[in-house]
Design a protein around this ligand. Structure first.
Ligand code: ZN
Length: 495
């Protein structure tokens, strides 16, 4: 081959590869959606704002110990709902289950259809003692400054519950009648992790005994996130939680002789425990690429802009690199593995006493495909010092994945695509890190979706369970409109 040709051939190869990739990138656009635009809904803005404020004023704080719950606050909340939503209470049946959980049933015109359900929890977490004064407005005042409604539960999740109620009340005012039954299921102690008596579980048991099976349900979980990275992407990500991770607390204990600190050996029980912790932290659980991740990356990637899309369209080739990057960032690593969080330690009861028992509590969030028992095995495998006690304090298995593409999932996609039409919308399956009441409903429903129709900034999301929790007033109208459209679409027989 002559010299000239030797140069031309590789250049031509690279050129055609680039051209092929350009074609690939050009085709890598959002998939065509065959649903019609969803009409805009009327919303009573003033009423939803007032009612969220009043809802926050009911201190429905849950507690692991039912004796420490102020049940009068739940009664007050129920009374408020009755007064605020007269048509709902006139039209729907209402039942109180297990202390204070609520189930409303809106009878549909066609009893042959499976019911649909909307879930929310009434309870909120307490305000951490000593931080009350850090709030700009009292945590239970429900103060509305015109921009935000402040208070515990304004984001998690009285906003959601109130928007569901508003949607039903408004639909009733408009004379709407669903075809299938609509269930509203509001648990009373979702915030108690691994509660021994979850209201949601009691609701499910009651419904199961009655032979009820839901077509689909929506509970808290994902949200509407705006992702705007210059030159790469400017998209609303509609994260629909199709599954949630499990939960378990393991206590790992090292035993030792104890004795007086004046004659301490070089390493006592706590020193040995330090090595245990080092082993646990140093050997994180394996990374898994669950199938939803492909869907997640592809759906979002298809909304990327040039020149970003030129790279993103090859995300499958870049998976190994992507995995490495995601693994190193806690916010993305949790999508790929069972997360390990060392949280509590105990040693001896006094400064001059050597510990006879030293222990560490580790919280794990098992990912789908791994179990609470797998976590114990993992601990025993990675800790080199074998004379340990491993005790499960509490545990809950990860949920299963709901199928993508159900009518309920598509309804969320259709509504959000119409509602947030000013930029690209990527409705994508997502894995929820925390627990939800929806977990219990797997027994009576295959399409368990976790999605809150609120456009929140990361800053607002971070106030959840913290100081200055507040809900932007402007997202409430979208919340009510979403649930109105959702009930219209999903309660229909032929969707
Ligand atoms: Zn919640």
């Amino acid at each position: 081959m002559n010299k000239k040709l030797k140069k031309i051939i590789p250049a031509a190869a690279v050129g055609s590869l680039l051209a092929a990739n350009a074609v690939k990138a050009a085709k890598f656009t959002p998939e065509k959606k065959d649903f019609p635009a969803v009409p805009k809904e009327e919303v009573n803005s003033e009423r939803v704002q007032n009612n969220l404020s009043k809802a926050i004023q009911c201190k429905t704080v849950s507690n692991e110990d039912p004796n420490l719950v102020d049940w009068a606050e739940f009664d007050k909340f129920h009374k408020f709902l009755e007064e605020a939503y007269p048509l709902v209470h006139k039209t729907m049946s209402k039942e109180v289950i297990s202390n204070a959980s609520l189930v409303y049933i809106w009878k549909g015109a066609n009893p042959d259809l499976e019911p649909m359900a909307l879930l929310a929890h009434q309870d909120v977490v307490p305000v951490t003692a000593g931080t009350e004064k850090d709030w700009e407005h009292g945590a239970f005042e429900g103060y509305n400054d015109g921009e935000f409604i402040w208070g515990r539960g304004s984001v998690d999740m009285k906003n959601h519950l109130i928007c569901v109620m508003e949607a039903c009340e408004t639909l009733l005012e408009e004379g709407f009648q669903p075809e299938r039954d609509v269930y509203l299921c509001f648990g009373h102690n979702e915030e108690v992790v691994c509660s021994s008596d979850p209201g949601a579980e009691a609701i499910v048991k009651t419904l199961k005994d009655r032979g009820i099976h839901f077509d689909s349900l929506v509970d808290e979980g994902g949200a509407v996130l705006t992702v705007d990275i210059k030159g790469l992407i400017d998209t609303y990500i509609i994260g629909v939680g199709m599954a949630e991770k499990g939960y378990c607390d393991y206590k790992v204990t090292v035993k030792d002789k104890g004795g007086h600190t004046s004659q301490s050996p070089k390493h006592n029980g706590l020193g040995k425990l330090a090595n245990v912790i080092k082993d646990i932290e140093g050997h994180q659980c394996d990374v898994k690429w669950l199938p939803f991740m492909d869907n997640f990356l592809e759906t979002i990637g298809r909304t990327a802009k040039f020149p970003g899309r030129f790279v993103v369209c090859n995300y499958k080739l870049m998976k190994p690199l992507l995995k490495q990057v995601m693994k190193s960032i806690p916010a993305s690593a949790c999508l790929l593995r069972t997360v390990t969080g060392v949280s509590m330690c105990e040693g001896s009861p006094a400064p001059n006493v050597l510990p006879q028992r030293a222990s560490v509590t580790v919280n794990f969030r098992p990912i789908t495909g791994e179990s609470v028992a797998d976590v114990e095995k993992h601990i025993r495998d990675v800790v080199r010092y074998k004379d340990i006690e491993v005790e499960l304090l509490r545990g809950k298995e990860p949920s299963r994945f709901s199928p993508v593409g159900s009518d309920a999932f598509n309804a969320i996609d259709a509504i959000c695509s119409s509602m947030y039409s000013d930029k690209a919308v990527a409705t994508t399956p997502y894995l929820v890190m925390g627990g939800t009441d929806a977990y219990f409903y797997e027994e009576i429903c295959e399409n368990v979706l976790r999605f809150a129709p609120f456009r929140f900034s990361v800053e607002i999301l971070q106030t959840t369970h913290g100081t200055n929790e507040r809900c932007p007033v402007k997202v409430l109208d979208d919340g009510v409109a979403f649930f109105k459209s959702y009930i219209r679409l999903v309660s229909k027989e032929n969707r």
